[in-house]
Each structure stands twice: as C-alpha cells, then as structure tokens.
Design a protein around this ligand. Structure first.
Ligand SMILES: Cc1cc2nc3c(=O)[nH]c(=O)nc-3n(C[C@H](O)[C@H](O)[C@H](O)COP(=O)(O)OP(=O)(O)OC[C@H]3O[C@@H](n4cnc5c(N)ncnc54)[C@H](O)[C@@H]3O)c2cc1C
Ligand code: FES
Length: 258
C-alpha cells in the first residue's frame, strides 16, 4: 500500500460556483483517471480524481458536504495528507477521441486531452447544470480541436445534457473512442448511445470508498472493486454489470437506487 504523504497547498483557484482547484507538489507518477485519498484530520478521508497529473498536481473539488467544504476552504500554505495515486487510467485511442464530461467529471478528464498531445485527436463535450458550473472550458480549448458546452437550463451553450450534445457531435464525426466521467445516469445513457454507434468507450465510475486499495469491499459493483479494478471501465465490462446506472451503496454498504 502506498504510504500517506503530507504536502503543502501552493495554489488555490476558484473555477466556478462551488468548484475549487488545489495545486500541490506530489512527486509520485500518476496517469489521467487515477485518484488519491485525501485525509483531513478529524473530518474524513475521501477520494478525489487528480485534475493535474504532472509533478505539480491538483484536485478539483465540488462542495457537497463536510469534507469537500473543508477542502474548498483551504488556503495556500495549508497542508493535506494524500495516499495514492490509485486505480487504473484512461487509455485514449490513437484515432479521434470524444471526451464527454458532466459536472466534476471534467476533473479526471482534462489530463487525458493533455496527454494525447495532438489537438486533432480530441474533441470535448462539457455538460453542466448551469452557466456558473461550467469548468475547464478554456483549458479544454488548449488541447482539443473542438469544444462544445451544454447546460441543463440553457444559460450557456446548447440547452440540454452532455449526452444530447455528444449525440449531435457523433452524428457529425466518426469517433474511435468515447472517454467519459459524470453522473452515473448520464453514463448509462452514453453507454446506450455508444452501442447504437458501435463506438468503444471508457467511463470513470464513482462508488463509496474507504480503503481505496481493494481491501474493504465498500466500492463493490457486481463483484468488481471500483477502486482497484477501476475506476475506469470499458464498454464490454459495463454491459455485464447489472448494478450500473441502477444502484449504488451508501457508507453502511446498503444498496440505494440511483
Ligand atoms: C474515484 C472517485 C473520484 C472522485 N473525484 C472527485 C473529484 O475530482 N471532485 C469532487 O468534487 N468529487 C470527487 N469524488 C466524489 C467525492 O469523493 C465526494 O463528493 C466526497 O467524498 C463527499 O464528501 P463530503 O464529506 O463533502 O460529503 P458527504 O455529505 O459525506 O457526502 C456527499 C455524497 O458524496 C459521496 N461520498 C461521500 N463520501 C464518499 C467516499 N468516501 N467515497 C465516495 N463517495 C463519497 C456520497 O454519494 C454522498 O452521498 C470522487 C469520488 C470517487 C469515488
Ligand atoms: S474502497 Fe475498499 S475495496 Fe474499494
């Protein structure tokens, strides 16, 4: 198991309403899609995708509860303790990739566009609930040939979901791979869409995590451990997972409908 390491926050960036990026030095190799376990003494230890994977790493936090609120209020000079990086990673195609992000999903996906290193091989669809929650649009433009945005309420970009937007883009171009992260119901619809078009896909999933390294079973999904066998799963794997898009488990391990 990779030991815990303390690191100092070097930069804090407010990305949009309720989203904060914390940047820090963390000299362990990481690949796009991997996550770290972030420990906040006396509060909790929670999983966070790496939104920057080079030595000057980062996480991008959406405030939803106690731990994410505490993380979002950290300042330059404060310390956090990290374990990881853990999990597998996205493997973009050598052809044309479509990145589809919903909400905080953009955090784990932006590094993929950057490692591809060729704008002609990446298009991005960013979905958010409303204008203030669109994150990383400018960052995506630096590494992608086409970036389009949708909002559920139509306050910015196309009115609709990230899946509606992906459908339009897939009608216009032939993609070789869809890489996605976002709410599971979005990913479920995107899986159907990718089957309709016969396109390979890799989706990053979230489940309740405690150990992060495959030991406790709290992230189990039809016998797969999201922390160790994922968080990135391919289309063929997801097609055989009956819980995908239907149930998740709460912190007590009980099944709850999505
Ligand atoms: C692999 C992975 C990567 C993630 N990456 C990001 C990211 O880049 N940015 C981001 O903002 N969020 C990310 N999350 C979600 C984040 O871990 C939760 O939002 C966070 O744990 C909530 O904690 P809280 O105390 O603020 O809220 P709480 O009120 O405790 O929980 C709010 C909701 O968050 C989820 N949650 C709580 N604790 C955990 C846990 N230990 N593991 C998984 N989910 C939990 C539950 O669905 C819960 O209903 C990721 C989750 C996973 C599994
Ligand atoms: S979080 Fe413990 S097995 Fe995945």
């Amino acid at each position: 198991m990779r030991s815990q390491m303390f690191t100092e926050i070097r930069e804090v960036v407010k990305e949009g309403k309720g989203f904060t990026t914390l940047r820090f030095r963390f000299a362990r190799n990481a690949l796009p899609g991997q996550f770290v376990m972030v420990w906040l003494p006396d509060i909790d230890e929670i999983p966070m995708s790496l939104s920057y994977v080079e030595d000057f790493k980062g996480i991008t936090v959406r405030e939803v509860g106690v731990a994410t609120r505490a993380l979002s209020s950290l300042r330059v000079g404060d310390s956090i303790a990290l374990r990881g990086p853990f999990g597998n990673h996205f493997e973009p195609s050598h052809g044309l990739n479509l990145i589809v992000s919903g909400g905080t999903g953009a955090a784990s996906l932006m590094p993929v566009a950057e490692v591809v290193g060729d704008k002609r091989r990446v298009d991005v669809a960013i979905g958010a609930r409303t204008r203030d929650e669109v994150i990383f649009e400018n960052r995506a433009r630096l590494s992608s040939s086409e970036v389009r945005v949708s909002t559920d309420d139509g306050t910015y970009g196309m009115k609709g979901t990230a899946v509606d937007l992906a459908r339009i883009m897939m009608k216009e171009k032939r993609y070789d791979m869809i890489l996605a992260c976002g709410p599971e119901m979005m990913l479920r619809s995107l899986l159907e869409l990718s089957k309709e078009y016969g396109i390979s896909c890799q989706f990053s999933l979230e489940r309740f995590m405690k150990c992060g390294v495959g030991l406790c079973g709290s992230c189990a999904l039809d016998g797969k451990r999201v922390c160790a066998d994922g968080p990135v799963f391919r289309r063929e794997e997801l097609e055989s997972v009956s819980e995908f898009g239907k149930y998740k488990r709460d912190e007590a391990g009980l099944k709850v409908s999505l």
